[in-house]
Design a protein around this ligand. Structure first.
Ligand SMILES: C[S@@+](CC[C@H](N)C(=O)[O-])C[C@H]1O[C@@H](n2cnc3c(N)ncnc32)[C@H](O)[C@@H]1O
Length: 169
């Protein structure tokens, strides 16, 4: 569970399949087009290795792999990381997973681009945010871009009371 999140009957982060269905309304191709536009405009380096922070079931992974990027996903939920690995294996794609807390982490290798999507910045204090930014800076090559999608502002106090319907296929 994320910081400050209340326990609900079904913890979505322990159930990657349901999470993936619930958030499958996105147009991933167009979002990755947007990543690439940002990279062309702001990145100072050529991008090969990308890090998805709070990756969940890694919805961007296959599209990024298709476009030639090497993908790594970081998440606090082991269930999400295992699900991402399984999905990658099934598609014949090699990825890396990092089990870590985004508030403070170190990675063995450096990345060229990091992103955190769908309001997944699970941070509640300035101190944690600064520590998060230091962690991201530490794992990026100099000149690499960090993209934060803050377009969804989760209301942590109402988690569990929001509902919508998505039917797979
Ligand atoms: C809203 S989901 C987003 C998943 C994915 N980025 C997407 O676009 O669908 C948030 C993810 O962040 C992870 N998460 C929450 N708190 C975290 C933390 N402190 N460190 C790392 N991951 C965390 C959760 O396990 C979950 O998989």
């Amino acid at each position: 569970m994320a910081v400050g999140e209340k326990k609900t009957t079904l913890d979505l982060y322990d159930n990657p399949f349901y999470y993936e269905v619930a958030f499958s309304f996105r147009d991933i191709g167009r979002e990755v087009d947007f990543f690439e536009r940002c990279l062309r405009k702001f990145s100072k380096i050529k991008v090969k290795k990308v890090l998805d922070i709070g990756c969940g079931p890694s919805p961007y992974m296959l599209e990024l792999a298709k476009r030639g990027y090497a993908f790594a996903g970081l998440d606090l939920s082991k269930a999400m990381l295992e699900y991402s690995l399984k999905k990658a294996r099934k598609a014949g794609v090699k990825i890396k997973t990092i089990h870590a807390d985004m508030r403070s982490f170190k990675t063995r290798e450096k990345f060229d681009f990091a992103f955190c999507m769908l309001g997944s910045i699970a941070i509640e204090s300035n101190m944690d945010f600064l520590s998060h930014l230091d962690s991201v800076a530490g794992c990026l090559r100099s000149g690499g871009l960090y993209l934060i999608d803050a377009s969804i502002n989760f209301d942590w106090t109402s988690i569990g009371s929001q509902s919508w319907t998505v039917i797979k296929n």
